[in-house]
Design a protein around this ligand. Structure first.
Ligand code: ADP
Ligand code: MG
Length: 242
C-alpha cells in the first residue's frame, strides 16, 4: 500500500473531462514532481487530493482510507494533507505567528501556549524566527510563502501538496522557498509538487510525472526523464524547455 493513491480517477467540470483515468501512487517519504503544460490538470489533481474538488469516478486513498468517498471526514482529511498554493493566502490582519497558530488552535484544539511554541519552532525551521510579529504586508513574497509552508506544517500533515508555489515570486526570491522544500524532502516528508522549476524537479524529485490533456503520460525517475524520456510526449516536453 502506498501512502497516497489515485486509482482510475476521472474528473469533469460540466462536459469537460479534465482528469482521465489517472493512476498515481505516492510512497511514504517520496517526492513526486508533477509537470506538464498549462491546462493539463495538475492543479485539479492536487485539489481533488485535498477534496477541494470532487471526483466523478475512481478513488483517492490516504494510508488506505478513501478520501474521495462522500462519507469521508473532510476536516480530518484536510489536517492530514497540507497544501500550499501559488498565492500565499495568509490572513492579512494576523502576524506571521498568528497565521501559524490559528489552525492548530481552532481545528485541533491545541492550547495557546503549545500552539505558540510549535509555531516558533516552525518559523525557525523556515528561516523566519525573527519575523514572528510581522504582518504579511511587511514580508516579501518569499517570506510570505515560507510562512504559508509553516502554517501548513503546523497541522502535522502526512502529505504536503505544493501547487506552483514559486510561480508568483520575483526570481531572486524563488531559491529561499525551494530551499525550505528541499529541507522538508530531506527530512522525509511525502510531497506532491507541481512546479516549473526543472532544477528542483531533477535534484529533489524521486519521480517525475508528466501530465498532458488530463492524463499521466510519463512517470519516470528524474535521471531517466531528463536524459532519455521514455515517451514521445516526454521528449517533446523536454525539447520545449531547451
Ligand atoms: P493546470 O494546473 O495543469 O494548468 P488545471 O487543473 O488548472 O490545469 O485545469 C485543467 C482543465 O480544467 C483546464 O481545461 C481548465 O480550464 C479546467 N478547469 C479548471 N478548473 C475549472 C473550474 N473550476 N471550472 C471549469 N473548468 C475548470
Ligand atoms: Mg495549475
Amino acid at each position: 500500500m502506498s501512502l497516497l493513491e489515485f486509482e482510475k480517477v476521472n474528473k469533469y467540470f460540466g462536459e469537460t473531462h479534465v482528469l482521465k483515468d489517472v493512476d498515481l501512487h505516492v510512497e511514504e517519504g517520496e517526492v513526486c514532481v508533477i509537470i506538464g503544460p498549462s491546462g493539463s490538470g495538475k492543479s485539479t489533481l492536487l485539489r481533488c487530493a485535498n477534496r477541494l474538488e470532487e471526483i466523478q469516478d475512481g478513488e483517492i486513498r490516504l494510508a488506505g482510507q478513501s478520501i474521495s468517498n462522500p462519507e469521508a471526514d473532510i476536516n480530518r482529511l484536510r489536517q492530514r494533507i497540507g497544501m500550499v498554493f501559488q498565492s500565499f493566502n495568509l490572513f492579512p490582519h494576523k502576524t506571521a505567528l498568528e497565521n501559524v497558530t490559528l489552525g492548530p488552535q481552532k481545528v485541533k484544539g491545541v492550547d495557546k501556549a503549545t500552539a505558540k511554541r510549535n509555531a516558533e519552532t516552525l518559523l525557525d525551521r523556515v528561516g523566519l524566527g525573527d519575523q514572528a510579529d510581522s504582518y504579511p504586508n511587511q514580508l516579501s513574497g518569499g517570506q510570505q510563502q515560507r510562512v504559508a509552508i509553516a502554517r501548513a506544517l503546523a497541522m502535522d500533515p502526512h502529505v504536503m501538496l505544493f501547487d506552483e508555489v514559486t510561480s508568483a515570486l520575483d526570481p531572486e526570491l524563488v531559491g529561499e522557498v525551494l530551499e525550505v522544500m528541499h529541507g522538508l524532502a530531506e527530512e522525509g516528508m511525502t510531497m506532491l509538487v507541481v512546479t516549473h522549476e526543472m532544477g528542483f524537479a531533477r535534484e529533489v524529485g524521486d519521480r517525475i510525472v508528466l501530465m498532458a490533456d488530463g492524463r499521466v503520460v510519463e512517470d519516470s525517475p528524474p535521471e531517466v526523464f531528463f536524459e532519455n524520456p521514455r515517451t514521445d510526449r516526454g521528449k517533446q516536453f523536454l525539447s520545449k524547455l531547451l
